[in-house]
Design a protein around this ligand. Sequence first.
Ligand SMILES: *[C@@H]1O[C@H](CO)[C@@H](O)[C@H](O)[C@H]1NC(C)=O
Ligand SMILES: *[C@@H]1O[C@H](CO)[C@@H](O)[C@H](O)[C@H]1NC(C)=O
Ligand SMILES: *[C@@H]1O[C@H](CO)[C@@H](O)[C@H](O)[C@H]1NC(C)=O
Ligand SMILES: *[C@@H]1O[C@H](CO)[C@@H](O)[C@H](O)[C@H]1NC(C)=O
Length: 253
Amino acid sequence: MKHFFLFTAILAFISIVSATGKTPCAKALECDTPSDNTLTVYGTAQKWETTDDKVFYLAPGFSKCQVNYTDQSNVVCVSPQYFLNDSLRDCNEWVQVYNPDTGIVSFGRILDECGAVPNSTFGCNDIYLSKKMFTELAGKNAAEALNSGHLTQVQWRKVVAPCWSAWAGLPGKFPNGTQDDAHGYDSNGFLRCGRRSGQNRVVGADVAQVCNKNIKSCDEANAIASKLPKYHGGSCDHQSKAVAYVAQTNQLT
Ligand SMILES: *[C@@H]1O[C@H](CO)[C@@H](O)[C@H](O)[C@H]1NC(C)=O
Ligand SMILES: *[C@@H]1O[C@H](CO)[C@@H](O)[C@H](O)[C@H]1NC(C)=O
Ligand SMILES: *[C@@H]1O[C@H](CO)[C@@H](O)[C@H](O)[C@H]1NC(C)=O
Ligand SMILES: *[C@@H]1O[C@H](CO)[C@@H](O)[C@H](O)[C@H]1NC(C)=O
């Protein structure tokens, strides 16, 4: 778990805990329930959650999922109750996050657990974010959000690893924790054609050429990819703004 939030964040967190007095961690509830799987118009995803704790950003470091992440990684931190039944099952599951204040959508992997403190109000519906996702979702309000240390409220759900993440070669599991070879449609309706590696990765704005609603077969996607510049380094975590992932929850279910 993460201990080292910003000092102001810690103070705010303590005051929230004492102000609300909720004790959702008193009982060890398992956050994952099999019935959470729902169908979107395109494929499988889990139900939307709405945070009720403030959404703080994380100091990077060594995570519950045994990886070191940085301020540039796309990381979602969830309740320890997601890790109760099987300690690492939820690691590398993908989450879609929507900030209603800015209309911005961002994706990240579950790589850490948060809120494992006595009498925490951090529930199954709450998340904290890496600095990269946090600033991305804050959009034009980033300076203000970084200053306060938190976003007000976000909506999020576990999704099938997005098309762009497969082309970037990032790991991923299905929302039910099983292995995902990154074929078939993502939860937003973009056809995925396997997880790339090495120079075959496609990142940045180029991703929009292989992740769009006109792509109906992987032969088509691979032909387009073969004409794109080879990958020569740079962040694989950077999601392309050019890929039009839907933002509003009511468009999705
Ligand atoms: C994580 O970083 C620490 C400190 O730099 C290092 O000792 C450790 O080996 C790293 N662990 C992994 C799994 O990369
Ligand atoms: C907990 O894990 C066991 C074995 O892996 C599985 O059979 C059971 O369905 C899991 N329970 C939940 C609530 O996911
Ligand atoms: C947690 O809540 C219990 C019951 O309300 C209380 O007795 C205890 O002092 C609280 N612990 C902390 C660390 O606030
Ligand atoms: C997990 O989810 C995937 C994708 O929706 C599905 O194909 C698979 O059958 C599921 N596995 C289990 C054990 O529920």
